[in-house]
Ligand binder design. Structure first.
Ligand code: BDR
Ligand code: CA
Length: 309
């Protein structure tokens, strides 16, 4: 099968870094056309320079486009508690050799979609959804070119930045509302699944043993999470690579179709993904994944990182 044409929208971010390297290491399945970057885990200046440094690490030349520095509405919130001030705690990368490509992420998204055949482009969104929402709201016609949007975000059960909300959706609920109301085919990879993707000491050492600089960098990142992030004392959740892995090994995950609404109120549930898991009310607008073969995921990571420099 020919690889999918993919645009990766990200906010690197430690787990974004792993996701980005997994995508760049998988050309049989993923033809990465562009990387669009949003402010999120850290400010935009850092997420852009981190993305560029990671493309260098992979020995790739995919263009990186800078996008939104803040959400559509409200204040910007970051996640330096998890990812460190640099956004890439545990990685030691030289400064990027290139600068971002000319243009704005949302504009580049629209241009790629405008020129593409119907249902031919896959978007992977692993940060706040501001860039996607800006593109969709300003040029809805471009939606017809989307084959699928794989989104890491939200939760069926509890959130991770508030009791109700997960970070990517909480950072820009209005943008998430636009994306989920767009009618584009969405696969959601929520916390309920990614909390099964736990980097344990054994799994980290298996990645390190892959031996490449990319693998050692990922092992360094996964070894540097603060103890407070350890999920139920078992390991560190590696959220974003799950959305990329869905495109490579969909057999590793399962879930079901259901309706997802976004809470954009100002109350304690702001940013919650309201997931109609039992199909009580509205027609499905997404496939929501909740089960993961975690050993399969980490084996895939080690195998693919061994292919990079
Ligand atoms: C998500 O939030 C970010 O901190 C991670 O990069 C991931 O995309 C998990 O809630
Ligand atoms: Ca992210």
């Amino acid at each position: 099968m020919a690889p999918r044409t993919v645009i990766l929208d990200c906010d690197p971010g430690t787990d974004d870094a792993v996701a980005l390297l997994l995508a760049l290491a998988s050309p049989e399945e993923i033809a990465l056309e562009a990387i669009t970057v949003v402010g999120g885990n850290v400010g935009l200046e850092r997420t852009v320079s981190n993305a560029l440094a990671l493309v260098d690490l992979a020995g790739a030349g995919v263009p990186v486009f800078a996008g939104a520095a803040r959400p559509l509405l409200g204040a910007f919130v970051n996640e330096t508690r998890v990812h460190g001030e640099s956004g890439l705690r545990g990685a030691e990368l030289p400064p990027p050799s290139r600068v971002a490509a000319a243009g704005i992420a949302a504009d580049r998204l629209r241009a790629i979609l405008r020129d593409a055949a119907p249902r031919s482009v896959t978007l992977v969104a692993i940060g706040p959804l501001t860039n996607l929402a800006l593109a969709f709201a300003t040029e809805p016609a471009c939606l017809s070119a989307i084959r699928e949007i794989a989104i890491m975000g939200g939760a069926i059960a509890l959130g991770n930045v508030t009791p109700a909300a997960e970070f990517n959706i909480y950072n820009d609920p209005e943008a998430a509302g636009i994306v989920f109301a767009s009618g584009a085919p969405i696969t959601l990879v929520p916390l309920d699944l990614t909390h099964q993707a736990l980097a344990t000491a054994v799994r980290i050492e298996a990645i390190r043993a892959a031996g490449t600089r990319a693998a050692r960098t990922v092992a360094g990142i996964l070894s540097a999470f603060p103890p407070s992030v350890k999920f139920e004392g078992k390991g560190f959740p590696v959220h974003d690579p799950c959305a990329v892995a869905w495109l490579i090994r969909p057999d590793l995950m399962s879930g079901k179709t259901c309706h997802v609404a976004i809470d954009t109120t100002q109350g304690p549930s702001r940013g919650r993904t309201v997931i109609d898991w039992w199909g009580t009310k509205r027609a499905p607008n997404a496939t929501v994944l909740n089960r993961l073969d975690a050993d399969g995921l980490f084996a895939l990571l080690a195998e693919r990182l061994a292919r990079l420099p």
